[in-house]
Design a protein around this ligand. Structure first.
Ligand code: HEM
Length: 198
C-alpha cells in the first residue's frame, strides 16, 4: 500500500503540479504561445515520437517551469559521515534538507532568477550546465527521480496536444499563491477555459 501511495504522490501529483504551472505561464505569455505553435507547425496533426526530440523551445519552456515552479521544494537526507560545509560542522546521524527551491533561485547560477526566461537554457548561456546540480527539480545523485524522462516526455505530449488543438485561458481573480499538498499547486486549484481551435 505504501508503495502505491508513494507512486501516486511521486508520479501523479508532481506531474499535475508541473502541468498546472505550465498552463499559468503560457497564459501570462501569449507571444510565447505563438512561438511554440510555430515550432509545432512542422508537425501537422499527431506528433510522431521522433518529432518530440526536435521541440527545443517547448523543452526549454518545460525546464523553466521546473526551475521556477518546482513541484517538490526539497527533500531530507540522513548524514552517514560527518562533514564541514560553509563553516558549519554537520555530525553523523543528523538529518539535513536539500532545497530545490533555494537552488533554483540562486543568483550565482541564474541570471535574474525570478524572471521566467526559457532562453537561459539555450547555448551559449546554458545556465543549467554551470554546475552538475543547477537544475534539480527531479533531485540529483543516486536517489534522483526514476520517472524524470517519462515525466518530461508526458508533459511535452500534453503541452503539444493542448497547444495544437485548443485555445486556453486562465480566468482572472484566482488565488495563485502557493499551497503545498505536499506538491506545489495554486491555493484554490486552477480553472482554465478551454476552446477547440478552428
Ligand atoms: C514533474 C514530475 C516529477 C517531479 C518534479 C519529480 C520529482 C522527484 C524528486 C525531486 C525526487 C527525489 C526526491 C529525493 O531527493 O529524495 C523524485 C524521486 C522519485 N520519483 Fe519523481 N518526479 C516526477 C515524476 C515522477 C514519475 C512520473 C514517476 C514514476 C513513473 C516518479 C517516481 C519517482 C520515484 C519512485 C522516486 C524515488 C526514487 C528513489 O528514492 O530512489 N516521479 N521525484
Amino acid at each position: 500500500m505504501s508503495h502505491l501511495i508513494a507512486l501516486v504522490l511521486a508520479a501523479h501529483d508532481t506531474s499535475r503540479s508541473a502541468m498546472t504551472w505550465l498552463l499559468v505561464e503560457l497564459d501570462r505569455q501569449p507571444e510565447l504561445v505563438e512561438r511554440l505553435r510555430a515550432e509545432l507547425a512542422v508537425a501537422r496533426g499527431a506528433l510522431e515520437y521522433e518529432q518530440l526530440g526536435g521541440l527545443d523551445l517547448l523543452e526549454r519552456v518545460i525546464k523553466e517551469v521546473e526551475r521556477l515552479h518546482p513541484p517538490i521544494s526539497g527533500a531530507p537526507r540522513h548524514v552517514v559521515e560527518p562533514f564541514d560545509f560553509g563553516g558549519c560542522h554537520v555530525p553523523a546521524g543528523w538529518r539535513v534538507y536539500y532545497s530545490i527551491l533555494f537552488t533554483h533561485l540562486m543568483p550565482e547560477i541564474w541570471t535574474d532568477p525570478e524572471r521566467f526566461d526559457p532562453e537561459r537554457f539555450a547555448p551559449p548561456r546554458s545556465e543549467d550546465e554551470k554546475t552538475p546540480f543547477s537544475l534539480i527539480g527531479f533531485g540529483g545523485g543516486p536517489r534522483s527521480c526514476i520517472g524524470r524522462g517519462f515525466a518530461r516526455l508526458e508533459m511535452k505530449v500534453m503541452a503539444a496536444t493542448l497547444l495544437q488543438g485548443y485555445e486556453l485561458s486562465v480566468p482572472s481573480g484566482q488565488d495563485l499563491r502557493y499551497d503545498y499538498t505536499p506538491t506545489r499547486v495554486p491555493c484554490g486549484g486552477l480553472r482554465v477555459r478551454v476552446r477547440r481551435r478552428k
